[in-house]
Design a protein around this ligand. Structure first.
Ligand code: SD4
Length: 331
């Protein structure tokens, strides 16, 4: 057998053996050099410790429905409904007026996306964002319009009562009413989730109650497509957490995906964008945390943050685990 035929036969054999869930190999071009890549599919990634429970649900949903979009929606709904969460969903910290307002977005690899921002009384803003994507000609609905749309879609409105812990913290904050960002609050923040299925289909979701004691009407990066979330099935997906203003200024998640499109690994792309973010947000960066996680369509992943303390949950065939992120600055 000629060497070439042997090579083709060997390649076919190798690709037949690379079934979903096994390590897949391929090549990417990076600065004109071919580099081997290794990733695992399916794979689900999400931000912070609350990502573990969210990943668990997402994985179960992916197995049950086969839909990566369902998986990223159902996954983050766990965090939205968690009474222990002070940074996602209706149990979160309020704004300066004592009102909880929520932001969320969802996106598929084909570019379809939906989001809601500055919305009140909705237990699952991520589901509302999906309804915007699927049942309207629009991408984003805000405030009262989003709430009216939720009612029209048959979603119940929740009573506007602060969780006792949020109320206590708010009353304490009111004593000085000084706004200052606190990085890595209790190790939970926005939940952003990105996932790839065994066939390389991608989706992502992002949901938050935003910054504690923000100005009424403030909207962060999480519902802004390209800032808090971006997905492109030709390339990969990225999501962000932390100080939304810093992330919006660099179109953070879009930039991570664009760098991956140019051949950068998810880890490398996250690191480059954190560097860019620091450059563009020099004032006060010592008090501002921001982090990104990303996965490419081969199932390679990465994460990086401005400051230490950021971590993310990773679920693949071998299980669900937390991973500490590296960061640009040290303790
Ligand atoms: C935002 N990235 O609204 C989100 C969440 C956040 O503290 O900052 N939470 O900016």
């Amino acid at each position: 057998m000629s060497t070439r035929r042997k090579f083709i036969k060997q390649s076919l054999l190798t690709s037949t053996l690379l079934l979903p869930g096994t390590i897949r190999q391929g090549t990417v071009f990076f600065r004109n050099k071919r580099q081997a890549v290794t990733g695992r599919k399916p794979l689900i990634l999400s931000t912070w410790n609350h990502g573990l429970a969210a990943n668990e649900k997402a994985w179960e949903t992916l197995n049950q429905t086969g839909s990566i979009l369902d998986a990223v929606e159902e996954g983050v709904k766990i965090t939205e409904a968690d009474p222990a969460s002070r940074s996602v969903g209706l149990y979160g910290f309020p704004d300066r007026e004592g009102i909880v307002t929520l932001d969320a977005s969802i996106m598929k690899g084909d570019g379809d996306c939906g989001s809601v921002c500055f919305v009140r009384q909705i237990k699952h803003p991520i589901t509302l964002a999906r309804k915007v994507m699927e049942n309207t000609p629009h991408v984003m609905l805000a405030g009262e319009g989003a709430r009216q749309f939720a009612i029209a879609q048959g979603m119940p409105l929740e009573e506007e009562v602060l969780h006792p812990e949020s109320e206590e913290a708010y009353l304490e904050w009111l004593e000085e009413a000084e706004y200052r960002p606190i990085i890595n609050i209790e190790n939970h923040d926005t939940i952003g989730m990105v996932g790839v299925d065994a066939d390389g289909n991608l989706a992502g979701s992002c949901t938050t109650s935003g910054l504690a004691y923000k100005m009424h009407g403030r909207v962060g990066d999480s519902p802004i497509i390209g800032a808090g979330l971006y997905v492109d099935s030709d390339v990969g997906a990225a999501t962000a957490t932390g100080m939304g203003e810093t992330i919006i200024k660099v179109c953070g998640s879009f930039l991570v995906v664009e760098l991956m499109r140019q051949g950068r690994s998810p880890q490398d792309a996250c690191e480059e964008v954190v560097g860019r973010l620091i450059e563009k947000n020099k004032d006060g960066i010592e008090d501002m945390q921001a982090g990104f996680i990303a996965v490419n369509k081969d199932g390679e992943y990465g994460g990086y943050a401005v400051h230490p303390g950021f971590n993310f949950a990773v679920h693949d065939e071998s299980g669900n685990r937390m991973q500490d992120s590296k960061s640009r600055f040290m303790d």
